[in-house]
Design a protein around this ligand. Structure first.
Ligand SMILES: [Zn+2]
Length: 476
């Protein structure tokens, strides 16, 4: 008797199910392979993953090195086997290199996976395994330049503030200083005092990337760019007569220390940082367009930066009233920026409008010195057109040649830049800013300096930038 199949589709369904199961299995295998190859690093690198510490039981944490091979961090093993992380330069690299022990910050945190991965040769690994010796973790060569870092650190002295030095055409960060600082060698002993922060100094804060400040007159770079966009044909005809104060109804905007700049064209108004001229410019701008420009230049947005940072904010909307519009145009009001973000804007101007992604890690090497992973420069994208970058460069050259950036006038190289003196609290000294690059005609480095309560940007911040440019161009 012929056996009848109650459901002729059953076999086909079972077959289909088998394919699906097999397919899922293959996908899982592929994902596992992918995970081990590419993603495990980011999981291990997560500072909150306690399993990373297990690696430290088998591997001696590798060294962090400057771009020229000087040791910025190393692990010293005592005779009893106990390990101590040592920072030979003390507080010099405190924020950017970071620390490990009481959690991890800075490059110590970014490179945790590499430092705890060993690529010593197989024979040595087997030998170490049998003799109960830990393998040496990989070393990480950073982009940091000891001489520039030291120069910036010394010039900032005991004032609060930050310095960032970056290569515009690669995105390499050469120096990053934040003051006040701390000694990473003594992070455990001083932990309570540092976190309690009774003096309100915020020593653990990396002001270069996390400090939010009013941009002051450095923001006139954006105001100027928006004006150039709205007046491509006739910006050369701009004139403003400055008597030291600009009045609009009930509102008064003063130039720095009430200085009367007299008759100003656009180049002079920018070079002398005339608040009156820029307040008037601001009132005439398309507010929505200005907001779009700010966001194009990475305000209110995430930065391409692997260190922890604060997001800069541009809060003026199309509905803003006269007072807020006036304040925003001169970099006051609710606008806030971090020094590292300001450096990115300046670097993009220096690099023909294209922002290179800032980076701190050049390459990974085995303990034996064999090169492993190498990090290459990569473009983030255009912040502005090449024409706009060239125009802004010309305006910024005049700041140094004829205006508030006179501290950077020298025959040795040409600087394009902008000063700023940002008010942040009535009755207190302004924060002093400088941001710029050199040589103006073929930029090698971009520098941003902020000195908290330093007073005038031209007098307090520009000389620090001068020292950094001098150090760079005398040594290269
Ligand atoms: Zn003025």
């Amino acid at each position: 008797m012929k056996k009848s199949n109650p459901n002729p589709n059953a076999n086909r369904n079972i077959l289909r199910l088998a394919y699906v199961v097999a397919g899922v299995f293959v996908c899982m295998l592929l994902y596992l392979g992918y995970f081990l190859q590419f993603e495990s690093g980011s999981v291990i690198n997560n500072a909150y993953n306690p399993r990373v510490d297990l690696l430290a039981e088998r591997v001696v944490r590798g060294e962090l090195l400057s771009s020229d091979g000087q040791v910025l961090a190393r692990t010293v093993t005592a005779e009893d086997g106990s390990e101590r992380r040592e920072y030979p330069f003390g507080s010099l690299f405190a924020h950017v290199v970071g620390y490990t022990g009481n959690g991890k910050t800075g490059i110590e945190s970014l490179t945790n996976f590499y430092l705890l991965t060993s690529h010593v040769n197989l024979v040595e690994q087997v030998f170490n395994e049998f003799s109960g010796v830990k393998n040496l973790g990989d070393n990480v060569v950073t982009t940091l330049d000891v001489r520039l870092q030291q120069t910036a650190y010394d010039l900032l002295g005991d004032r609060r503030g930050a310095v960032v030095v970056m290569e515009p055409d690669t995105g390499k960060i050469l120096a990053m200083v934040s003051k006040p600082d701390y000694d990473p060698n003594a992070i455990a002993e001083n932990w309570e005092a540092l976190t309690a922060d009774e003096a309100g100094e915020a020593r653990l804060l990396n002001r270069a990337a996390q400090g939010l400040y009013a941009p002051g007159s450095t923001f006139k770079i954006l105001t100027l760019l928006e004006y150039l966009r709205e007046h491509p044909e006739d910006y050369g005809e701009f004139r403003f007569d400055c008597d030291g104060t600009y009045e609009n109804g009930e509102y008064t905007i003063r130039c720095y220390h009430g200085e009367a700049h007299g008759s100003q064209d656009l180049t002079q108004a920018f070079a002398n940082s005339c608040n009156g001229a820029f307040a008037q410019i601001g009132l005439g701008l398309d507010k929505a367009g200005f907001g779009e420009l700010a966001e194009q230049l990475l305000y209110n947005r995430q930065l391409p930066l692997s260190l922890p940072y604060s997001e800069s904010s541009f809060a003026m909307t199309a509905e803003a009233d006269t007072w807020e519009t006036l304040q925003t145009a001169i970099g006051q009001g609710r606008t806030q920026v971090t020094p590292v973000h300001q450096t990115m804007i300046t670097a993009a101007i220096a690099n023909g409008g294209t922002l290179m992604k800032p980076y701190l890690i050049d390459r990974v090497e085995s303990a034996g010195g064999q090169e492993g992973k190498k990090f290459m420069p990569s473009a983030w994208g255009e912040l502005m057109t090449a024409k706009e970058a060239a125009d802004l460069t010309e305006f910024m050259r005049n700041v140094v040649a004829t205006g508030t950036g006179s501290a950077l006038r020298t025959d040795a190289y040409t600087v394009a830049g902008k000063t700023g003196s940002a008010e942040f609290e009535t009755g207190r000294e302004t924060h002093a800013w400088f941001t710029g690059f050199a040589p103006a005609e073929s930029p090698k480095i971009a520098v941003t300096v902020i000195v908290e309560e330093g007073g005038s940007g031209g007098r307090a911040a520009a000389p620090i930038a001068r020292g950094i440019f001098d150090a760079y161009f005398s040594g290269n």
